[in-house]
Design a protein around this ligand. Structure first.
Ligand code: SER
Length: 587
């Protein structure tokens, strides 16, 4: 089975059990993102897990592109990936534990052909006043699982979410493949890292909402959220040793062998790093991320630059990334047609960034060698030198850290951070750690800000340029942040008129109307928003009189009067050709 067959087999299995197939959402969270990237299949579904009605119904299935950036520097071993795909099925207040486990067992047995003798499962052992999940264990027993195949763990292992600080979460049951080797010791079990057990699937029983105060309140509805890593599942299906040995990577690896004239076995780590990073970079570019100094663009830049160094390590000197992107596009476009659509942008942006870094990489590496001499024999590189490498040669600090580690040095990261912050007070969004607010904070204030965002979007197109399009949006309880394409600063007069426009709509107290429309109908009505491959699907469209018609998952206020006074607090550049507005609403 190849990757596309596995995606289709998963979707078909759940479709024939009443699930609607929804398309993969963008890697950039669309509505109220408090994280940089979509990190799990459930991210785009948060409003529905909290109780919003989904136009597809109560049973959903998809494959979702995801990026996790916590482990970029671990990439190169057999398991870590920056970009990955998650197969998932959901019940939004429909079926619960019994059906979910039955579906999983049947899929594993009949589609992946994994015998139940090779499975081990876990359940929540109870903690913090939430009881032990004996119900889940009993259901597994009813499917023929023996007691010695069922393990109980606490919150650390058997609890999922919330994705941010607040939001839907709950106990889970994880399904592992057991290679039936003898246990490595008396404590060996699915949570052991010896390799005997490999996780296949995670079924989360989302029945709690974690509040800002840290309490777990029952959700309006009991949901199921499952996730299976496509790459790993493919390993099982085809007996591949690592994810890099699956068909998902063979084309990319072949291309790297061709470009370098080396075999992947000659430098396994470098080949893996390049393959992972360029696959991730291609997908990010395909979703409109642009290399930048902060936010998503900074992660993209880090990936491209790290890949560039490893390309030079395996002896590739030219501007070649585009050739690797081409393989990614041709192999993944069937599942993700946006790659093909954005092919030209992907090519030009990756080549520009590669060239930019190429010009300084060699010089920067030489400078790095000199720095080691200037460091006065100390084993920690001082932050000033590290900052100069960043500032002059564009070396992300993580790259310098890695170079330093190879030579037995450490980096004074704290000192670097201080200098970095001083240099760029606007770089708050530059670290992976920043977006710690709750992803699912669908509180009243974020709802108001969300509707205000739609009006702001309309105001910009009315007052500044009808060609303006949303490039990103982020809402916290305090403010909205809206990125849009424009290659110049807004004037004071424009800012004033935008505020007036938005406040005019608010004062007119216009009802916000939500409709579920066929995709084509939404297009005919000139709704704006991210239209991606939703043909045939029913989509939600929010309209505010004749001011705004936008494709969106919600939630929104009922009437614009609820928003309160709108104020722009900042207008600044976000990336090349992209401006950013921050604004507040309320008293
Ligand atoms: N949200 C869960 C996970 O990411 C299941 O999809 O593992």
């Amino acid at each position: 089975m190849d990757a596309q067959e596995l995606r289709e087999a998963f979707v078909d299995f759940f479709k024939s059990r009443g699930h609607a197939h929804i398309s993969s959402a963008s890697l950039i969270p669309e509505n109220d993102p408090t994280v940089l990237f979509t990190t799990a299949g459930m991210h785009p579904l948060v409003p529905y897990l909290l109780g919003e009605r989904h136009p597809g119904g109560k049973r959903l299935v998809d494959f979702q592109k995801c990026v996790r950036t916590g482990d970029i520097d671990e990439v190169g071993d057999a398991t870590h990936l920056t970009f990955f795909e998650m197969l998932g099925n959901w019940s939004l207040g429909d079926y619960f534990k019994k059906e979910s486990i039955a579906f999983s067992m049947e899929f594993l047995n009949t589609v992946l052909n994994i015998d139940r003798g090779h499975l081990a499962v876990t359940a929540f052992e109870g903690e913090d006043g939430i009881p032990r999940d004996d119900e889940t264990a009993d259901i597994w027993r009813s499917h023929g699982m023996r007691d010695d195949q069922i393990f109980f763990y606490g919150r650390g292992d058997n609890w999922w979410g919330p994705a941010g600080q607040t939001g839907p979460c709950g106990p889970d049951t994880e399904i592992f493949y057991d290679d039936l080797r003898p246990k490595c010791g008396p404590d060996c079990g699915p949570s052991c890292r010896c390799g005997k057990y490999v996780e296949i699937w995670n079924n989360v029983f989302m029945q709690y909402n974690k509040t800002k105060e840290g309490a777990f309140e029952p959700l309006k509805q009991k949901n199921v959220d499952t996730g299976m890593g496509l790459e790993r599942a493919l390993c099982f299906v085809n007996g591949a040793k690592t994810v890099y040995d699956t068909s998902l990577f063979s084309g990319i690896m072949n291309k790297l062998e061709e470009l370098s004239g080396k075999k992947r076995t000659e430098d396994v780590r470098s080949f893996r790093i390049i393959a992972d990073h360029l696959r991730a970079a291609t997908f990010m570019l395909g979703d409109g991320v642009i290399p930048a100094k902060i936010g998503q663009g900074y992660i993209l830049r880090r990936l491209i630059r790290r890949a560039s160094r490893y390309l030079s390590k395996i002896g590739v000197d030219g501007i070649v990334m585009q050739n690797v992107s081409e393989v990614v596009i041709s192999e993944y476009s069937k599942a993700y047609p946006e790659l093909e659509r954005n092919r030209d942008d992907i090519f030009s942006r990756i080549a520009a960034e590669e060239e930019k870094f190429h010009k300084t990489l060699g010089k920067g590496l030489r400078r790095f060698e000199e720095m080691l001499g200037e460091n006065g024999g100390a084993s920690v590189l001082n932050g000033e030198l590290v900052f100069r490498l960043y500032d002059t040669f564009g070396f992300p600090v993580e790259l310098t850290q890695e170079l330093a580690a190879e030579k037995g040095y450490k980096v004074d990261a704290e000192d670097f951070d201080k200098r970095f912050r001083e240099h760029q007070d606007k770089s708050r969004a530059g670290s992976d750690q920043v977006f710690k607010g709750g992803l699912a904070d669908a509180g009243e204030q974020t709802t108001r800000l969300h509707t205000a965002t739609h009006i702001l979007n309309a105001a910009l197109r009315n007052i500044v340029d009808p060609e303006i399009k949303q490039k990103g949006s982020n809402i916290t309880a305090e403010r909205l942040r809206f990125d849009f394409n424009l290659d110049r600063k807004l004037t004071a007069d424009e800012l004033e008129r935008i505020e007036e426009f938005v406040n005019g709509v608010i004062n007119a107290d216009i009802p916000v109307v939500c409709e579920e429309l066929a995709y084509e109908e939404a297009k005919n009505r000139n709704a704006i928003g991210v239209f991606q491959d939703k043909y045939g699907e029913v989509v939600k469209v929010y309209s505010i009189g004749d001011v705004s018609t936008e494709l969106c998952g919600g939630p929104h206020v009922k009437s614009t009067g609820e928003i309160g006074r709108f104020r722009i607090t900042k207008e600044e550049s976000s990336a090349a050709g992209v401006r950013r507005i921050k604004a507040t609403v309320g008293q």
